[in-house]
Structures are given as structure tokens and as C-alpha cells.
Design a binder for this molecule. Structure first.
Ligand code: GAL
Length: 715
């Protein structure tokens, strides 16, 4: 005992830090390949409780077990002065992805971030619409901090003096190899709370870890079929007549339209809102909604959740709102049922019951001058910080419940999300309007369990309009957000024809998109994701081949030295390489194997970096060898439940291929009770013939397909 006391006394003199000794941690395998530990006393409000996330145990079991991916003794935690310090080891060559919806970078090793829900301000510093505290390693594992605090992250920057990998200090005066950022062997985090829940997701691949993360949150969202069609948002203060004219124009001109979004102006007051129809602009809402429905067009309503004194439920909700306001509207404390009841009951009775199909939940992200300060008091006792980190989650969750109660799927828009959100039926968007960065965000969304739309609003030139539109079609929500410009798909006559073709292509591809979202839901595979999650593009390949930097011989050296943030995978089989304004050619890094041109079926390259010069009419898209893409005719609205459409199965390449085609009623949650099917499509080459096959539809299961044909794209 005396000796121990002496050690504590002399330790600081010797420069030893006894407080940094690792807390022995118990890792509990909560699901196969998923481990959890609780550090300190975290309290019971966190990202997963806010999101209401529930694991899909069956799917996790199907994925099977995995080895604990890290050296347990190298993970260290401590709680000191009410704060939690976390340290996870990093290997040499290991790359990190994730930490939320970043817009400019895919590689996160070497970053310092403060994860804080906010409007994206042009820098990847942790302040973003979905600052999800989840990172994925190229070594094939993931780490999630289930905490609703502003977490600080040093993703491989700090160098500890007791590091077993301590670099040899160099003399800057004489040594050219001196570095201002010496090698660091750990991810370190600071959670400003007395504890945190931590999850580790096993591999063996990075994609396996992502799948486990999504499945822990209940699996990815399965949108209604119509959600994957085309959507237009009309200008603020549009009237019923304006909306009807818009819908009529789409029909006349032959452009697809599945849902139309109303921006501020449908409510009697906005900023803050009354959540009641404006009777001047919309004299008869039930008739209007019904009329739209008859035309096959659903309605999405813009809101932000800040309540005007003129809202019919203002008095009722007032005691359950925060001390501060946003645009002088009160802020409901959505963690309290007393606040939820009047708010969501208003949406239900005034809009959802009438047939409105979803919401766009705006301004739940930031920025600081608009939202509540961190000194704000919420009646539930949750801190302003916790509420900022989770407000988007709460708004998504409880609006989604309104539809779930009716056994009706929704698909909406939101400007803030966070960890635990994979199953929530919302797509993120923002006001930042950089095409290149929108694509990088789309890539990063796949590491964060969220969806992102590179919406189009307006453009300086017809070229820019078309280029943005083409990317938009290969994203989770194909949308024109014309709230301030009134732009239509046909606004730029020089490219009207091409825009229409791509809008219709979106519709043709619906069976593919729908099947890929089903894989997000049932298997956790993000439908839009980074090249780094694609086999044949991974870091092991990169690091082995890094010595040889001849790009001719080793295309992956490109990927090793530079992150790829302008091309991505769309579903199982497609690689999309958007073109940006002013570009006439671009490089595309093809993963190992042969890749085929989506439009012609011709061989495009074989595990190499290719240079493409596609012309304005084309967004380069490539199909994996043996890739199958199921398509339907270019309808102007998604097929309704029980409506049958013809199916054209396209096959590309030289290898035999298989594909799981998903089907259900497209609108309800009956798939949760087994009313769905995956039909296996297979294509084989026999001698000189290519033979395609599709499993029969199962009796008693939904079947949306009439005539089925095969098109062998590669001759
Ligand atoms: C912004 C939003 C836009 C539009 C606008 C309406 O906050 O990002 O998409 O909805 O509000 O006022």
C-alpha cells in the first residue's frame, strides 16, 4: 500500500501519467459481430434512443459472427473531470472514412473535427448536417460513439510520448524529412460528458462493418416506389392554381412527376409556422390533395418545427417548449410526449389524414445565428447541446410514425440527422450548391447511414443545368428544388431533350433502384457509396501495389495517393462518374475486372484508369462484368400497388451474372410481415448463346411484372 502511494507521489516527477492507465473494459457482443461497452456514466439519452433505433437481429445473425477487430489492450478510456477520453489504435497504411456527412474529403485520417449538427459552412471540420460519430477503417471495422454531445475527434494526429510507434524526432535545421505532422497511431476523442456508450462493428471488410452499423439501426430505409420517381418543388407562396398548372405542364410535356413539394406559403404563417393551411392560397385543402392524388401526384409539405403564437395548438404546447425561440417561434421539446401530442396531432388531422405523403423538415440543423444557443433550457432537462445533436432525428422519427400508424410509407427531406438514422425515411439536402462537393457528400452518406440528394435548383448555363441534372438522376432523390427560382426541367431549351431523357431514365431504372434500396433495408448495403467499399478497389490492394507508381501498370496507385471523391457506386452494379461544368473529359478509376458502358454495353476497360470524353448528352456510367440491371417502361408515375409493368432485364459483360430482384406492394409496411419477394435472375453464356432466367413469382406474394424480356447489352 505504502509503495503504491509512493508510486503515485513520484510518478508525476518521473513524467508518468497514471491516470492514463486503461480502464479495463468489458466488451459485450450484443449482436453477432457487434460489441458494446459503457464507459463511465453516460446517462440514458443518446443518439440511438433519440432515433428510436432497433436492431434487425435476424439480418445481423445472417451476416454471421466476426472476430473482434482491434487489439483490446490498445483501446483506452478514462473519465476525468466530467469528461470522457477515448483512444483507439491505428495501424500504418490504415485509412479512415466516415465521421458524418463531409463534403470535400473522403479520407479522414489526419483530421481534427468537432462533431456538431450545423448547416455546412464550406469546411470539413465536423460541423455538418449529419455529424455521425461513426468511423470505418480500411482494415475492415467500424467504431460508433453513441453520444448526443459535441464530440471532438483527433483522427490520427496526436503523438503520445509512450507510443510504441513513437517516430524518431528529426532536426528541422538539417533534415529535409522533418514533418510538421509526425506519424500518429491513434484516433482520440473527447466526449464532454461523464461517459459514453461505444460500439465496435466487425468486418472482415469495411462494407461488412457498414452493413452491421445499418442493421443495428434497423436496416436502411425502404422508400415507397413513388419516392424513387421524380419530384419538383414549386416556388414559395405558390397557390393551389399554380401547383395545378405545374402538374398539368409536366403531364403535357411528358415529364415524370411522382410528388410535388410545397414550400413556405402553404401555411397561414411561416418562420414561425402555424402548421395550418393558408385558406387564401389553398381554399379547399382536402379537395386539392385528392385532386393531386387522382393525377398520380403526391404532396410533400415544407415545415420547420418552430411554432407561431398563431398556431392552433400554441397554448397547449407552450409549457413544453424551450426557454429560447427560433425566429420568435417556440421550440417544442420533442423528447416529451406532452409536446409531441399537440404538434403531431396537428400534422395528422390537418394534413396526413387528408392524404399528404410526407414532409420536408427544414432548419433543424443550424446555423448558430438562427438556432437556439447552448445556454437554452429544455423542459425535459436535456441539454441544449443534446437537443441540437438530435432535433433532426426526433423530427424525422415522429413524423415517420404518423405514416407508419396508417401502414403507409413516406419519403421526405430533412436538413439534420445523426447516428442511428439508417431506417428513417428521409433524405438530407442543403443550401450549399457546389456540384463537385454534392457528389463527395453522396459518397460519404454511405459511411454515415444517411441519404443525400444533390438537388438541382437553377444554373448559370444550360451545360451546368444538364450536368447537375444527370448526377441528380443517379441519387437517392431525383429533385428540382425551385423554391426561389421557379425553374422547370425544360427551362433551358438547349438541353431540354437531354434533361427529359434522363428524367425518363430515372423512371426506367425504378426496378433497379427499388431492388437496391431493398438491399439497404434487408442487408444494410448503402445504395450510394464510395469506391473504397467496392471489392477490387480496397486499401489492401492499394498498399501492396503502392511501391509501383507506374499508373499504366498499377492503376490503383492513383487511388492510393489521392482520394477518389468524384465517382461512386450506385447499387450493386453501377459505377457513376459525373461530369462537371467545363469538363469535356475525365479520368475514371475502374476497380479490378472488366467494366462495360451502361448505354452501349461495350467494354470500357479492365481494372484500369480510363479517360472518357462523353459529350454533353452522357453522364459516364459503367456496369460490372456480369452486371444485371432490371428496367421498366418510362412511365410518368411510379406503378401503384398491384399495377403490373413490363420488365426489361439488361445484362452486361462476359461473366455469368445473378441478381436479386425485389418486389412488394411498393406502398405499405406489409413487407415487414413477409409480403415481399426476391426473385433470382441469372444469365449464363452457353457456347455462343446467352441465356437469361428469372425465378417464377411465388404464389401469394406481390408480383408487379407482366411481360419479362432480356436484353443482352454486350454482344
Ligand atoms: C431553406 C431551404 C430551402 C427552401 C427555403 C425556403 O432553408 O434549405 O430548400 O426550403 O428554406 O424558405
Amino acid at each position: 500500500m505504502k509503495k503504491l502511494r509512493l508510486l503515485f507521489f513520484i510518478a508525476p516527477l518521473l513524467g508518468l501519467q497514471l491516470c492514463a492507465i486503461a480502464q479495463t473494459t468489458e466488451w459485450k457482443e450484443v449482436e453477432p459481430g457487434v460489441w458494446k461497452t459503457v464507459v463511465g456514466k453516460p446517462g440514458d439519452y443518446n443518439l440511438l434512443t433519440a432515433a428510436g433505433a432497433k436492431p434487425n437481429q435476424q439480418a445481423l445473425e445472417k451476416l454471421g459472427s466476426a472476430a473482434f477487430p482491434l487489439q483490446k489492450s490498445e483501446i483506452e478510456f478514462r473519465v476525468e473531470n466530467g469528461k470522457t477520453y477515448l483512444r483507439f489504435p491505428l495501424q500504418r497504411q490504415e485509412q479512415l472514412f466516415g465521421f458524418g456527412l463531409n463534403f470535400q474529403t473522403v479520407y479522414q485520417r489526419g483530421k481534427i473535427l468537432e462533431l456538431h449538427v450545423d448547416h455546412y459552412g464550406g469546411k470539413d471540420n465536423g460541423r455538418t448536417h449529419a455529424p455521425v460519430p461513426f468511423y470505418v477503417s480500411s482494415n475492415g471495422y467500424g467504431v460508433f460513439i453513441n453520444s448526443a454531445e459535441y464530440i471532438k475527434v483527433w483522427a490520427g494526429t496526436g503523438v503520445r510520448k509512450d507510443s510504441p510507434n513513437f517516430p524518431t524526432p528529426k532536426d528541422r535545421n538539417t533534415d529535409k524529412k522533418w514533418s510538421s505532422r509526425p506519424y500518429s497511431d491513434a484516433v482520440e476523442m473527447l466526449v464532454p460528458a461523464e461517459g459514453a456508450e461505444i460500439y465496435v462493428f466487425g468486418g472482415p471488410t469495411a462494407l461488412d462493418a457498414v452493413k452491421r452499423y445499418n442493421l443495428m439501426n434497423g436496416g436502411g430505409v425502404l422508400p415507397p416506389r413513388w419516392g424513387l420517381g421524380f419530384t419538383q418543388r414549386v416556388m414559395t407562396r405558390s397557390t393551389e392554381q399554380d401547383v395545378e398548372t405545374e402538374v398539368e405542364n409536366f403531364k403535357q410535356k411528358g415529364y415524370p412527376l411522382d410528388f410535388i413539394g410545397l414550400e413556405p406559403g402553404w401555411q397561414s404563417k411561416a418562420y414561425p409556422g402555424t402548421f395550418s393551411w393558408d385558406k387564401n392560397r389553398f381554399p379547399n385543402p382536402p379537395a386539392f390533395v385528392e385532386n393531386m392524388k387522382q393525377k398520380g401526384v403526391r404532396l410533400n409539405l415544407w415545415i420547420n418545427p418552430y411554432v407561431s403564437p398563431d398556431a392552433p395548438f400554441y397554448k397547449e404546447i407552450l409549457p413544453y417548449t424551450a426557454s429560447h425561440t427560433v425566429w420568435l417561434g417556440v421550440i417544442p421539446d420533442f423528447t416529451m410526449s406532452e409536446a409531441r401530442k399537440p404538434f403531431f396531432n396537428q400534422l395528422k388531422t390537418d394534413q396526413v389524414d387528408m392524404g399528404v405523403s410526407g414532409y420536408k423538415i427544414d432548419e433543424v440543423d443550424g446555423y448558430d445565428y438562427y438556432l437556439w444557443p447552448d445556454v437554452t433550457k429544455f423542459p425535459s432537462g436535456h441539454s441544449a447541446e443534446q437537443m441540437r445533436q438530435t432535433y433532426g432525428l426526433l423530427a424525422m422519427r415522429y413524423t415517420a410514425d404518423l405514416f407508419k400508424e396508417r401502414n403507409q410509407r413516406t419519403y421526405g427531406l430533412v436538413r439534420a440527422s445523426n447516428g442511428g438514422a439508417s431506417a428513417l425515411p428521409y433524405v438530407l439536402y442543403n443550401d450549399y450548391y457546389n456540384h463537385e462537393d454534392f457528389i463527395t457528400a453522396l459518397i460519404n452518406s454511405g459511411f454515415a447511414g444517411v441519404l443525400w440528394t444533390p438537388e438541382v435548383r437553377a444554373s448559370k448555363t444550360a451545360e451546368e443545368w444538364l450536368r447537375r441534372f444527370q448526377s441528380n438522376v443517379f441519387s437517392p432523390m431525383a429533385m428540382i428544388n425551385a423554391w426561389s427560382t421557379g425553374t422547370k426541367p425544360w427551362t433551358y431549351p438547349e438541353v431540354e431533350k437531354q434533361v427529359k431523357e434522363f428524367a425518363l431514365l430515372r423512371m426506367k431504372m425504378m426496378p433497379y433502384w427499388y431492388s437496391e434500396f431493398a438491399k439497404y433495408h434487408f442487408e444494410g448495403i448503402p445504395p450510394f457509396r464510395a469506391m473504397n467499399l467496392e471489392p477490387g478497389f480496397n486499401q489492401e490492394v492499394v498498399s501492396q501495389e503502392q511501391k509501383n507508381v507506374n499508373l499504366q501498370e498499377n492503376p490503383y496507385a492513383e487511388a492510393a495517393s489521392k482520394e477518389i471523391k468524384d465517382q461512386y457506386m450506385a447499387g450493386e452494379n453501377l459505377l457513376v462518374a459525373p461530369m462537371f461544368t467545363g469538363q469535356t473529359s475525365r479520368k475514371v478509376v475502374l476497380p479490378k475486372g472488366k467494366w462495360f458502358d451502361f448505354y452501349t454495353g461495350k467494354l470500357a476497360g479492365d481494372g484500369e484508369v480510363i479517360n472518357v470524353t462523353p459529350g454533353l448528352d452522357i453522364i459516364p456510367v459503367f456496369v460490372k462484368d456480369g452486371g444485371i440491371v432490371p428496367m421498366m417502361p418510362p412511365l410518368l408515375h411510379a406503378p401503384k400497388a398491384e399495377e403490373k409493368v413490363n420488365l426489361e432485364i439488361r445484362y452486361y459483360g462476359t461473366k455469368p451474372g445473378t441478381y436479386q430482384l425485389y418486389d412488394d406492394d411498393g406502398e405499405t409496411f406489409n413487407y415487414e410481415k413477409g409480403a415481399y419477394s426476391f426473385r433470382t435472375i441469372s444469365v449464363n453464356r452457353k457456347a455462343d448463346k446467352i441465356v437469361g432466367n428469372i425465378a417464377k413469382s411465388e404464389k401469394g406474394k406481390p408480383n408487379s411484372f407482366a411481360t419479362i424480356t432480356f436484353t443482352m447489352m454486350t454482344k
